[in-house]
Every structure is written in C-alpha cells, then in structure tokens.
Design a binder for this molecule. Sequence first.
Ligand code: PMP
Length: 415
Amino acid sequence: MNDIFSALESEVRSYSRTWPTTFDRAQGSYLYSEDGKPYLDFFAGAGALNYGHNNPALKRKLLEYIERDGVTHGLDQATVAKREFLETLDEKLLKPRGLDYKVQFPGPTGTNSVESALKLARKITGRESIISFTNAFHGMTLGSLSVTGNSMKRGGAGIPLVHATPMPYDNYFDGQFPDFLYFERLLADSGSGLNEPAAVIVETLQGEGGINSSRPEWLRGLRELCDKHGMLLIVDDVQMGCGRTGPFFSFEQAGITPDIVCLSKSIGGYGSPLAITLIKSELDVWEPGEHNGTFRGNNPAFVTASEALRLYWSDDELEKGTLAKGERVGKVLSDIEDKYEGAVSKGRGLARGLGFEDVEVAGKISKAAFERQLILETAGPKDEVVKIMPPLTLSDEELDQGLHIITESVQSVLG
Ligand code: PMP
C-alpha cells in the first residue's frame, strides 16, 4: 500500500510512517484511512495535537481568518493576530502564574526554540558549555542535536559534542548516589574543563527518551544548582508543555521558574508549526536581527493558538480532566506491570508509557494495537517503551476503548 512512498520518499522516514495504511482525514481523536477506516490516535502528533485533530472551535477561527484575507506570512511585522496572541498568552497563562517572560519567535519548530535558547544562554553568560542529560531529546539541528543524548539520532554523521556535556538524568543511578554528586564533582574539578557552564537544558519528563519522569525535588535541586553556579535553567517543554502533564507548563508541579522555556508542538493549537521561546524579561539581551528566520510569524497559527489558550486555559477544567484521565491510564498500566514480569508503568498526566525489559515487546504491542485500530508509538533509546499520548480532549469512552485495546494487545503479545 505504501509502495509509492518507498519509491519516492527518502528512507529516512520514520515515526508513524511504518504503518501499512495511508491516512486521509482526521477528526477529534481519530485518524481515518483513505478507505474510511477509523483509527483511535494515542500518539497525537507526538504531542502536537493536544486539542485533537481539526478541533472544530479552532477550525472555525482559522476559516474566518482565511475568509477575511488575514495576513498569512508576516515575518516580524506587527499584526493583529500576533498582538492578540501575545496579549492572550500574557493574560491567560503568564500573569495568572506570576510569570514575567518576554516572547521570542525563534522559527517554526521546536528545534528552533532550543537553538535560540542555547545561543541566548551563551550570550547572556559569556560562557560556552551547556549541560544536558542522558536520554534527552532536543531536536535535529546541530546545536539541539549536540545536547541530545541519543547517538542514533546523529545519523552516523558524527556531530561533535563541542561544549555539550551529558549528565545523569534523575534516577539514572537508581538512587545509588546522592543527586547531582557527579555534577558537583565535575564542576569543582578545574581539570575537567567544565568550569562555569552557561546553562542546563532539561525536559522535566523525557518523551522521546522513553517517558522518564523526574521527581519534583530533583528539579528543585537542579534549580538550586543553577543558581549556585550562575548557570541558566532552560526547560524544554516542547513535548511536555501545553498541558500534557496536567498543568500548562510541566515544571509547575515542581514549583520552579526556569530562566528560559522552549515551547512548540501544541502551542499553535491546530497542529501547524509555531514555536516560542520564553525569556525572563531581565534576560532578554537580544539585539534586533541576532536571531531571525523566514517562518517565524505564522499568523494563522497565532489565531488558533490564541483561541486554544482562551478556550482551554481560562479555567482549570482541562488540567483537572487530564490528571483524572492520566490516573485511569496509570491504573491500567499498573495492572499490566503487576501481571507481567519486566513491564514498567511510566509517566504522569497524559504522558504515559509502558516499558519492557525485552526490547522487542513494545514494537510488537504497537503493531498488535494498530491491527485493532489504535495508534500507539514507541519511544526510548531502544524503542523499548510503548508511548501513550492521546489528545487531552479525548472523551472518557474513547479513553476506555483505547485502554481496552492496550490491555488486549499486551495479552496478545505476552499471553
Ligand atoms: N524538544 C523536545 C523535548 C521534543 O520532544 C522535540 C520533538 N520531538 C523537539 C525538541 C524538537 O521539536 P521539532 O521536531 O518541532 O523540531
């Protein structure tokens, strides 16, 4: 069925491109194949579709905007759509949380936000090195890739890790060593060459890395460590932001305030490219033109982004719903963990995972689920984790249906 893609598209295709089906339409929590078969989507564009496919309210706004010939391409022009987005973000999101950030439009996708954050941290501090973490994923451009802890993603291209030092993520040593011991020792060792890094970049919950959740106290420790050593704290919330873990920002649960925050994926609301970098106001030392790019002012995405912020973040309903649904997923995953040796329930909110010792199992479960019309992807350095990330807007019935298929699929693979 996908022969034409094999013939015409590069072999580099991955993620969701191994499904033996060609999709045509999508609505809410479903993708439809070209012959009209519905597939329940528990992948949600790797977190780009938190409000579902073709969300009707966002679609209406987008259609109105297109109908009235609203500006589409705007670079950095002042536009009404951009003004509304900036005001809505400030009013619905930042002010209620006591956050004082300026907004940078770094380019269309998540990796652009990470690049701008790394550049800015180096500019602010006048220092060079960046601390990142084992199993981290930050994007595909060279700077982001240098702080990504997955060698496969370097594509055999040998991207040099100049000035990027990976540190153990939370639980890497299963509690055998005090948090940050390695970190502190390296920083104190003048021979390590790691004196005075510019910044630490962290995901509070690693998505691509295999749904690895860090503890709030570990994140607070990291914040303290940054303050102690004059390093900036960059939270990459590209995948786990926009409500994926419950609250809008994934770092809210830990009660920390990063210096810089990277957002993309669901910030545009409608699945179209938009990225922003939030910078503590006093740290916005950019001069005009120091970080530019053609596709930064995605005005149609500003329109859907503003509407998503208004509809879903004006009260805490979506947050509560996400936490409640996440609990239900967690319960089913714990049952599976209890029943099958080597299975581990992972994650929080609606960023959940099921890890397996046998690295073949996750792929088989994902395949079995697809045969039952449920889309599940895998994550982790060896693709050993089944990733469960439905749209946050899915109904309780859809959630139950998906969980039922997950249980059935696990049974079909493990007996
Ligand atoms: N950071 C994180 C945490 C991500 O999960 C991703 C994408 N999976 C990126 C950055 C890169 O985003 P993009 O693919 O939009 O460049």
